[in-house]
Design a protein around this ligand. Structure first.
Ligand SMILES: [Zn+2]
Length: 274
């Protein structure tokens, strides 16, 4: 049982409590409903299942319960109850307005103005954005400076404040298609598996389940044990242009130095012919 005051009972009172206070609440609720039905504005409660499934999808997509509540302008208690769990009894129905508020949430409402700056949220999207900017040549120190931070923004914290996440989204919007000043930063980031902004979709970058698209995902390619020829060729060209030695490129891509040389000479030949 929860401790929340509902439309028909006082906080902590059981479902069919008959005390004076609960009876008064119940009577007021029924009168309001009757009036609304007469006016044609009554909205029947909706079954909880669809609403709970919608909430579950949001939680899977990396939202926190408090974040859902803030973005949908619902109480945290209400959302927690809908989320269910071992010690929570889920209501059978949900007010139509609650269902609508949850249905209206999308990727772009993760940082809705009603989500307070100090709220802790999932850091996945922020990390991916910073790594993607690093992959196109933005050093972490420079990103930190632009975010007004003394230290480098990339961290291993399990959460980030909504305010910081907002600042990172803004910075990402400014820089996602602007090549950064440092080839070395780009080479290092890509060596660590970072993918460029073009590999991410704005609507899924915050979803922990999302994968970067295309052959630009070196971690996925590596986990399958072999890299496609086009991908390797592209990385060799990129790392070479970034000033990496053939030995470093070979070590990073787990191929032989001879193979690196062969690819570079093939690329030079192609460039001469073009
Ligand atoms: Zn009562």
């Amino acid at each position: 049982m929860t401790g929340a005051t509902t439309l028909t009972r006082i906080a902590g009172h059981r479902r069919k409590c008959g005390c004076g206070g609960c009876r008064a609440r119940q009577a007021r609720y029924l009168k309001q409903r009757e009036l609304a039905v007469l006016r044609g504005t009554w909205q029947y409660p909706v079954p909880v299942e669809g609403v709970a499934a919608r909430l579950e999808e949001l939680l899977q997509a990396g939202w926190t319960v408090a974040q859902v509540a803030a973005a949908a302008r619902l109480s945290t208690e209400c959302v927690r109850r809908l989320a269910g769990g071992p010690a929570v009894s889920r209501p059978a129905t949900v007010r139509a307005a609650t269902a609508r508020a949850l249905a209206a949430l999308g990727p772009r409402s993760r940082l809705a103005p009603t989500v307070p700056d100090g709220m802790l949220i999932n850091p996945v999207g922020s990390m991916r954005r910073l790594q993607a900017l690093a992959a196109i040549g933005w050093p972490q120190a420079e990103l930190g400076r632009r975010l007004g931070l003394a230290t480098t923004p990339m961290s291993t914290d399990p959460s980030i404040t909504a305010g910081r996440a907002r600042a990172i989204v803004d910075l990402y919007r400014q820089l996602w298609d602007v090549p950064g000043p440092s080839h070395l930063a780009a080479a290092r980031a890509r060596g660590r598996g970072a993918v460029p902004p073009t590999a991410w979709d704005d609507d899924t970058i915050d979803d922990p389940r999302a994968m970067p698209s295309g052959a630009a995902d070196p971690s996925a390619a590596r986990s399958h044990g072999c890299l496609s020829r086009e991908y390797t060729s592209g990385e060799v060209a990129f790392l070479s242009a970034a000033g990496e030695t053939n030995e470093n490129i070979a070590a990073r891509l787990r191929i032989t130095v001879k193979y690196v040389e062969k690819m570079l000479s093939a690329q030079n030949k192609a460039r001469c012919l073009a």
